[in-house]
Design a protein around this ligand. Structure first.
Ligand code: GLU
Length: 282
């Protein structure tokens, strides 16, 4: 059975790009008699807002999307992430990192468009120091060299059958947890995809750089391998990304302007975009 999910971060209202991801995942599940799930990725508690969580449900309903219960809410899943991290720690696959908050602040949300591979490994060679850990804010990083040695270079398969081997350069010492947050994006994502039995990960092509590291984590945690559908991104016609700072129209604004959500969903699936938008070249 095909199980897909739409996993937005409730840090703003959804826009057309989110709608495309959601309707694509929904239709892939439905046409095969499978299951479509919603997941709320609210690990970044500083930026997540209850009204945006409500917005996810409201916008999804407007698009004609029906989801299966339960809806996983990441801020409620602390225990599951802690267990996964313990497992990796026992295997010697992670190390404590004391680098500054600014370095690690971005790790809670999905890194759209850039890979998280640039950490120079400053704390990798430190001997584990529980006393320092008890008193100093720190994060936990994947020891990618050790992980690759144990699990080998991962690969992934797209729904169209193409198979990709990860490059070692695509896998860095990603942050997996922080002192103030039980898990960062990559770890939470694979633990939750497993918990929900997700078999097909449908998400934008800007998240493709996250796939090698997530596949590696799945191998280390001995989790089953989903297939991937990284769909083209929708941009403004002039190529600008859809982002809050670019004043992308929200689905809520489209609804208020009288757009029919179900028609919009059908158009998106047929590859038809509203005026002013385009699919980005890969
Ligand atoms: N929460 C991520 C986002 O807002 C999506 C993560 C995923 O689909 O793996 O884009």
């Amino acid at each position: 059975m095909i199980v897909t999910r739409f996993a937005p971060s409730p840090t703003g209202r959804l826009h057309l790009g989110h709608a495309f991801s959601a309707v694509l995942g929904h239709s892939r599940a439905r046409e095969s008699g499978g299951k479509f799930l919603l997941r709320i990725e609210d690990l970044d508690q500083g930026r997540s807002r209850p009204e945006f969580v409500e917005g996810v449900f409201e916008d999804s309903r407007w698009l004609g999307i029906e989801w299966a219960e339960p809806v996983l809410v990441q801020s409620e899943r602390t225990q599951a992430y802690a267990e996964a991290l313990d497992h990796l720690r026992e295997k010697g696959q992670v190390y404590a990192c004391f680098c500054t908050r600014a370095d690690i602040a971005q790790s809670l949300t999905a890194p759209h468009g850039d890979s998280a591979t640039s950490y120079p490994g400053t704390c990798r060679a430190l001997r584990d120091d529980p006393e320092r850990r008890a008193t100093t804010p720190h994060s936990w990083r994947l020891d990618s060299a050790k992980a690759l040695e144990l699990a080998g270079l991962p690969s992934w398969t797209e729904v169209d059958g193409r198979c990709f081997d990860a490059e070692p350069s695509q896998i860095g010492d990603a942050i997996l947890a922080r002192k103030d947050a039980p898990a960062a994006y990559h770890l939470a994502c694979v633990v939750d995809d497993f918990e929900s039995g997700v078999t097909m990960v449908v998400r934008g092509a800007d998240l493709r750089p996250s796939t090698p590291i997530q596949r590696l984590l799945q191998r280390l945690l001995e989790l089953p391998e989903p297939i991937y559908l990284h769909h083209p991104l929708i941009t403004h016609e002039d190529g600008r990304r859809l982002a809050k700072r670019d004043l992308a129209p929200t689905l809520a604004a489209m609804r208020e302007a009288g757009v029919d959500g179900r028609e919009l969903a059908a158009d998106l699936l047929a590859g038809k975009l509203p005026l002013g938008f385009a699919f980005a070249d890969e």
